[in-house]
Design a protein around this ligand. Sequence first.
Ligand code: SF4
Length: 247
Amino acid sequence: MSISTAAARANRAVDTEGRTPEELREIVSHWGAELELAPAETIIEWAAATFGERFAITSSMGDAVLAHLASKVVPGVDVVFLDTGYHFIETIGTRDAVAATMPVNLLTITPTQSVAEQDAEYGKDLYRTDPDLCCALRKVKPLADSLASYDAWATGLRRAETKNRVIAPVIGWDAKRQKVKVSPMARWSDEQVERYIEDNGVLVNPLVYDGYPSIGCAPCTRRVAPGEDPRSGRWAGTGKTECGIHA
Ligand code: SF4
């Protein structure tokens, strides 16, 4: 399969109407198996050509691998970053560096309420008393709202990350949001990610090299020791393992 970048760009310019959920599901069933073994760049190229301007990628700014891959294939691609108000300064710095150095359209999405307003309504530090609600208000809802104008979104989700993600499809149906969910790096190993970063000089959040292999909000992320499960620093000791975005 060959989909030219020019075709992708052309479609991005004209395809603004959007498709029905039925049409989108049909695309998933048709292309899911076809693209299962395709290189990440081909998957992104396909998504850009298929969905035009109604395709965006998301990044939590742990690293800029997905943004780098997408910017090569679709310069100017929308990159959605959820600013929960609780991020490490290094994460905000990584976002700013991505926006300044890569050919992407960085969109910073914020929750309806500031942290102070949330504290006033739900009590101080909701992440301690009800982290699921905190994630729902500061991550899940803002993402759903921000994806309203897209038919498909891409994530850097990988099967090697957690046991919950081992069956993550490359092209899947996001039933919660009625969108196509594209995971171009689903089959990538940790080593492949490291190699890509090295070979391409990709931006990485400096916290990754300081004991934080998986980075979320500052109050809910701790350092992990070498050899520990990389995700064990997220919501440590609470039993919570996902924010709900990928549920
Ligand atoms: S990760 Fe923690 S601080 Fe961030 S939204 Fe979820 S509960 Fe709130």
